[in-house]
Design a protein. Structure first.
Length: 258
């Protein structure tokens, strides 16, 4: 679910907008490509962007988490709408910054608050939230370096494949699905020892669920909502869903192009 300022739908009703996309990946390239086609797009800026996004708008060398310089840019370019691509600036509170910072409060931001972004920024938080709200989800336990031995014993009790998930953001690569318990134990120790940096200081071990997954995106201002196209996430690098996980490019490309 993607949250936006209460004035989002009023902004979208304008005849033309100056739009700022935050991010530098394939996801942002897809956004830029599609948004540039809209007659509502007066000017398009991407911070920091990439070689692909520069074909559709103006790249600006500002990090998506450099809030102070994003403020200067937004005021200078008279931005009407900000679309946040990556998770990191959302977890860092970019939505909250635009909502509360003087001179920016009129700008609509597509993306959740820092509180809402915890659902993406922390696997453990998301699992706890689902359990609290009685939302069906795979069984799990979470572990840190302090209780590593419990985690190793827990793996022994599971039926492979073993699913290990770095709790924090790891650029879409913090999930391992392993068929061998011994390898799973080695990887759990490696993750808790910093394999994915701070993101894997806590690891969620989750029951493996087999089947076809899909994503449903909802754009909402907290009152009204619009359901966006359903999309499947093609994450594994090899043909036939083999190999390690990649990022989310396939899912977002399919979602926005349909």
């Amino acid at each position: 679910m993607v949250h936006a300022n209460p004035n989002l739908f009023e902004i979208l009703a304008q005849t033309s907008m100056n739009i700022l996309i935050l991010g530098s990946g394939g996801r942002e390239h897809t956004f830029a490509w599609k948004i540039r086609q809209s007659p509502l797009c007066k000017a398009l800026y991407i911070a920091p962007g990439n070689a692909g996004t520069m074909q559709h708008g103006q790249n600006v060398p500002i990090s998506a988490t450099d809030f102070r310089n994003l403020k200067k840019l937004s005021i200078e370019k008279k931005i009407d709408l900000v679309l946040v691509g990556p998770e990191a600036p959302l977890v860092a509170g970019v939505y909250d910054f635009f909502k509360t910072e003087s001179g920016l409060q009129h700008i609509a931001v597509i993306g959740p608050s820092a509180k809402g972004a915890q659902l993406e920024g922390s696997k453990a938080f998301a699992k706890e939230f689902m359990a609290k709200k009685n939302i069906p989800t795979a069984g799990y336990r979470e572990f840190t370096q302090a209780n590593l031995q419990e985690g190793l014993a827990y793996i022994d009790q599971q039926n492979p494949p073993i699913v290990l998930k770095a709790d924090g953001l790891a650029a879409g690569k913090g999930v391992l699905i392993l068929k061998d318990k011994a390898i799973a134990k080695t990887e759990l120790a490696a993750m808790l020892n910093g394999k994915f940096g701070e993101a894997s200081a806590k690891v969620v071990i989750e029951d493996f669920l087999d089947g076809i997954e899909f994503s449903v995106f909802v754009l909402t201002d907290g009152k009204d909502y619009k359901i966006l196209p359903i999309a499947k996430d093609y994450k594994r690098i090899g043909e036939g869903d083999t190999g390690l996980n990649t990022g989310y490019g396939g899912r977002f490309a399919r979602a926005i192009c349909r």
